[in-house]
Design a protein around this ligand. Structure first.
Ligand SMILES: [Zn+2]
Length: 162
């Protein structure tokens, strides 16, 4: 008689927490005060965003500083396939954005009223929009083309920063 394994589908639910460690201040300020903090190297002065606790160029400690909430797209793409967490948002853009005053770029979502490649291309000026209900996560904010900003922050679920 041929062996047949009996299989049962089930669900494992795990509650857990993790720490943002030395970068916790970034997430706390984002959640509580809608601030975007980077870090500045004490030795060479390089401004890091995402914030680094130690300068990756010269290994010196850094200080926190508040960055502007406007920036420029360095490189981007439009997302059509994603995980379950973001499936309802597609299509949306993602981009490496260099905030004004920062010397490095970070990856963040781009939304647009009219999501076409010309709205999320290199050189596009963007501004941060915040969720009204923030959890201290990167999804607490996203970017929109600067010219759409005033209309996005009028939506009930979003608000502008400083
Ligand atoms: Zn440095």
């Amino acid at each position: 008689m041929e062996f047949q394994a009996h299989e049962i589908r089930d669900i494992i639910k795990i509650n857990y927490k993790y720490t943002m460690g030395g970068q916790s201040k970034f997430f706390i300020e984002l959640m509580k005060n809608k601030k975007i903090l980077g870090t500045k190297c004490k030795k060479c002065g390089k401004v890091w965003m995402p914030p680094r606790i130690n300068c990756s160029d010269c290994y010196e400690d850094t200080n926190w500083l508040e960055l502007k909430q406007t920036g420029t797209i360095e490189v981007s793409t439009i997302v059509w396939y994603t995980t379950s967490a973001f499936i309802q948002a597609i299509p949306y853009g993602i981009a490496f954005i260099k905030l004004d005053g920062a010397e490095t770029a970070f990856n963040q979502g781009i939304f647009s009223e009219n999501l076409v490649p010309s709205k999320v291309k290199k050189g596009q000026r963007v501004r941060a929009v915040f969720q009204k209900e923030r959890q201290g996560k990167m999804t607490d904010f996203f970017f929109v083309p600067e010219e759409e900003y005033e209309r996005w922050i009028k939506r009930p679920e979003f608000e502008g920063g400083e």
